[in-house]
Design a protein around this ligand. Sequence first.
Ligand code: AMP
Length: 416
Amino acid sequence: MHFDDFKFHTAIQAGLTANKYTTPTPIQEQAIPPIREGKDVMGLAQTGTGKTAAFVLPILERLIEKRRGKVKALILAPTRELAEQIDTSIRSLGRRTELRSATVYGGVGMGPQVRKLSGNSEIVVACPGRLLDHLHQRTIDLSHLEVLVVDEADCMLDMGFLPQIRRIIDQIPRDRQTLLFSATMPDTIKDLANDILRSPVLVRIGHTMPATTVTHALYPIVSHLKTALLLELLKQADSSVLVFTRTKHRAKRLAEQLDKLGYSTACLQGNLSQNQRQNAITGFRNGQYKILVATDIAARGIDINGISHVINYDVPDTTDAYIHRIGRTGRAEKTGDAFTFITGEDTQMVRALERAINQQIERRILPDFDYKAPPAPGMPSEQSDRRTFRPQAAPQGSRPGFGARRVAFAGGRSRG
Ligand code: AMP
């Protein structure tokens, strides 16, 4: 299928051409027709599948011939980064439509948002908390709303936004089109879908499996050698690398460490101001920073092409978080590697990950890496965790990939 087959308005087609979108992705192919017909849609699709354009294109089409100056489409997103990302897609795909989009999220002044909202936007991309502030202060009028999109709904619920979402829905017209996107479908999402969607069309892409363009590998390691292992892997990585840590503090500390060692590194974690976050993302996107060290929440919605590796310095807390993390690489048919450092403590999560992606993940060791080295001074480490692992011989014919060889993980747990 080709985008021409959709016969979008020429102004929208121009946006597609400018973005070099020629072939719709599966979610676009399946979701665009029912959305164009005005139906409610429940889209089960992970990030990186092209789901943003799947709802942005029909929204642009719906609004292009309408009177301007009233907010007609509202997109709810869990984080400012994702809100910015969606806004960028709208501006980029809709550049010739002259439809105007505004972002609404906390951590920045209300004033500029109020100006954009008063008669100057047709599309609003908002995080729930700040949107409610505007609704309370009557600085936004949603009475003309025709389309509501709830994006990354499972993430919003994880972040505790359900009451806010319900309060917002109470304040918008009942007669509207609603589109709900989520990577997973737990019962809470089913309940929300039942409440807010009318006879929805279900569009399911790849279930909750990560993009097939991603190669997964596990790197067994003791905690105090994680940074040394990371440095070893970085020597061989030639493009952008996104590194995930479990906590804000670990992200900050690791980024500082890498920076000191001469790697151009940015950090993305929740304690930063909006400007600092934006600088980190922009700098990483334009190549100023080769490495971005991030926490899960902060990294929601980052869309950067050309991330060759996602490295999980710490295993994620949930399988969904893993799928979201690695959704940052292998985007839109590009290939990428997802490497996860695992210690003896992570055995259960590794099993859960393998179940979630329905494959055994290859264990790798680096042949020339000193797995018995003592903690280096100044290296971030968890002193409490000194477990070791015993790599077994690599099987014949293993693919070395990224300077490593495969091992069977013995999972030794001896206290060192
Ligand atoms: P998303 O899942 O919406 O975050 O999109 C992931 C990436 O795929 C973004 O970089 C989009 O610009 C890109 N993308 C979306 N749709 C297409 C398409 N039909 N052709 C090529 N790239 C696309």
